[in-house]
Design a protein around this ligand. Structure first.
Ligand SMILES: N[C@@H](CCC(=O)N[C@@H](CS)C(=O)NCC(=O)O)C(=O)O
Length: 201
């Protein structure tokens, strides 16, 4: 399938880090797309037309004119970035990138994105938030801080999908009431500069 001559439609919610990952990679690589704003809060992801496209009822979801549909932010990024310098060519470095992508989905997104959503969008008071959740966020940020203490980028000292996946929600950490440690904060600004996106902090 050629991505060059088949404009894709990205169903995404602009408040979602997972959706912004797709935008960041497409913009960086100059891949054209139509963005269809699909609000999670307004339950547009639960509308029958959307469920027909993605029965999981989640954004991001990408559709191509030939009927192909792909969900899961990291799977979409990997497809778009195929053959680009956002994926290390060295097999071990590539495996390290996957290591961070899997960690992002299992440990990072499930902590920081969830706390941010509960505090910033659902406006839940602290006593209604499981105390284990902020503790998990601190552990996640601590692990990132240790890794970045001696590095500029997550893998192979250059921008890769690992940085893009991890920056997506880390740059919203203040909305979860979290303070970024020094090296993580500097890395966020570096990746925002690389991607030519706004500094949020
Ligand atoms: N692992 C998925 C997570 C997708 C996800 O949870 N999307 C949220 C927005 S960030 C969503 O669509 N939620 C709507 C719902 O579950 O009803 C990914 O990386 O794409």
């Amino acid at each position: 399938m050629s991505l060059d001559n088949a404009a894709m439609t990205v169903y995404g919610d602009s408040i979602s880090g997972n959706c912004l990952k797709v935008k960041f990679v497409a913009d960086r690589l100059g891949i054209p797309y139509d963005w269809v704003e699909t609000s999670v809060l307004a339950k547009e992801t639960r509308a029958p037309q959307f469920l027909a496209l993605n029965p999981a009822g989640q954004v991001p979801t990408v559709a191509w004119p030939d009927g192909r549909v792909l969900a899961q932010s990291n799977a979409i990024m990997l497809l778009l970035a195929e053959g680009s310098d956002l994926i290390p060519s060295d097999p071990f470095d590539r495996a390290l990138m996957f290591q961070w992508l899997f960690w992002e989905q299992y440990s990072h997104e499930t902590a920081i994105a969830v706390l941010r959503f509960r505090k910033h969008y659902l406006k839940l008071p602290d006593h209604e938030i499981d105390p284990a959740l902020p503790a998990r966020c601190d552990a996640v940020l601590g692990l990132m801080e240790g890794h970045l203490a001696t590095r500029q980028y997550f893998v192979a000292e250059k921008l890769s999908l690992a940085d893009i996946a991890l920056v997506a929600y880390t740059r919203f950490a203040h909305q979860a009431g979290l303070l970024l440690p020094t090296h993580v904060a500097a890395w966020v600004r570096r990746i925002e500069d690389d991607l030519q996106i706004e500094h949020l902090n």
